[in-house]
Design a binder for this molecule. Structure first.
Ligand SMILES: Cc1ncc(COP(=O)(O)O)c(C=O)c1O
Length: 379
């Protein structure tokens, strides 16, 4: 079905910077630079500068960035790694594939790890923590780092959704042992296909990720140090990501403007919780604009009927999927979130006119169902 307002518009995204992208691709291909060449090194250097770390290592997904980071932290069978129940399954799969046990804790109303729940979940087997900076908002990293230091635990940040977001002016992906990023096409810095990176200040973590992404081989000496993986960030991808990284600050500003237009349009609707959490320490990058309502499924259908495409991240708690073989951690906030959230269109291409259509449609929904709209309600 074609939507009046699509969730994202990859064709428009390409059109806006077509000449720069086309140049990067043809230049890279003309030079025959396909694997582990200058374009990758340039992108890694620019990414590290952007995040605020000494090193960045390009890999082929955030999944691999997480997996390599956990291996670098020495995580393995018999260990426990604490993360949140409200995240993409890849966060948890990375733990499972090290042989460690994932321990899932609940999130707060801003969709991020609750430090109090983290403390309660620590046992003698806990080896690492993965805070997930969801929707473009950094977790409360001062508290999480203090808890980690006190308990001698490694922190691997899942920053797949948070490139460019900060907490106390420090960039997502620069707090812990490492930060893990995704350049999946629909992320704020989206590539041409899968892609990711590990950021770190630790030379050993950078070295390990560099070896593991290329089957354990040290490219300088040709020696194999580990049983590794085939997980490179390809050179053409890196050249395109390097172009897009230059635009990212202005795209994030655009997302923030779109978010405030949504806020202006929707903040009077009582049965709607908006993602504005009034905490000056955070600079949110709005990878997603997530609203919450107890009328989620009807509202989503109404928006669809009005030609507005929305997504739900995620409709079922991951432990409800039998194949994942996860214990039910009984997380009440995560479970309600699964029933109540909708992600509205949000990208560098979303226009104020589109926001107006969406706001009108949502207002209509609540008005025609006589669900009370409370003037001036605080959210
Ligand atoms: C929070 C989170 N973690 C991890 C991932 C995995 O990223 P990738 O698809 O690059 O492996 C994603 C991707 O959507 C994500 O949103």
């Amino acid at each position: 079905m074609s939507y009046r307002v699509p969730f994202i518009d990859p064709r428009e995204h390409y059109r806006k910077i077509k000449s720069e992208i086309d140049f990067a691709i043809t230049d890279t291909l003309s030079k025959g630079d396909l694997v582990l060449r200058q374009q990758l090194r340039d992108f890694e250097q620019h990414l590290a500068e952007f995040v605020g770390t000494k090193y960045a290592v390009g890999v082929n997904s955030c999944y691999h960035a997480l997996h390599f980071s956990l291996l670098a932290a020495g995580v393995g069978p018999g260990d426990e790694v604490i993360t949140v129940g409200h995240t993409f399954v890849a966060t948890v799969s990375a733990i499972v594939h090290t042989g460690a046990k994932p321990v899932l804790v609940d999130v707060r109303e801003d969709y991020n790890m609750d430090p109090a729940k983290l403390v309660a979940a620590i046992t003698s087997k806990t080896k690492a923590i993965i805070p997930v900076h969801l929707n473009g908002r950094v977790c409360e990293m001062d508290r999480i780092m203090a808890i980690a230091e006190e308990n001698k635990l490694a922190v691997v940040e899942d920053a797949a959704q948070a490139l460019g977001a900060t907490f106390k002016k420090q960039g997502a992906g620069s707090f812990g042992l490492s930060g893990c990023f995704s350049f999946y096409p629909f992320k704020s810095l989206g590539g041409l296909g899968d892609g990711g990176a590990v950021t770190t200040n630790d030379p050993e973590v950078a070295r390990l990720a560099t070896l593991l992404r290329f089957n354990g081989e040290d490219r300088q000496t040709g020696d194999f140090h580990y049983h590794g993986y085939t997980a490179l960030l390809d050179n053409v991808q890196a050249s395109v990501l390097d172009v897009k990284l230059r635009h990212l600050p202005s795209w994030i500003n655009h997302r923030r403007k779109i978010a405030s237009l949504y806020q202006d349009g929707l903040n009077e609707i009582k049965d709607l919780r908006l993602p504005h959490f009034h905490d000056e320490r955070h600079f949110d990058s709005y990878q997603n604009y997530v609203i919450r309502t107890t009328h989620r499924d009807e509202l989503r259908q109404h928006l669809k009927d009005d030609g507005v495409e929305t997504l739900v991240h995620w409709a079922r708690p991951m432990w409800s999927y039998e194949g994942l073989k996860l214990e039910d951690p009984r997380l009440s906030e995560t479970s309600s979130i699964c029933r109540e959230v909708i992600s509205l269109p949000m990208s560098g291409e979303t226009t104020p006119e589109q926001v107006e259509i969406i706001v009108d449609s949502i207002k209509n929904f609540f008005a025609t169902r006589q669900i009370p709209i409370l003037a001036g309600a605080a959210h």
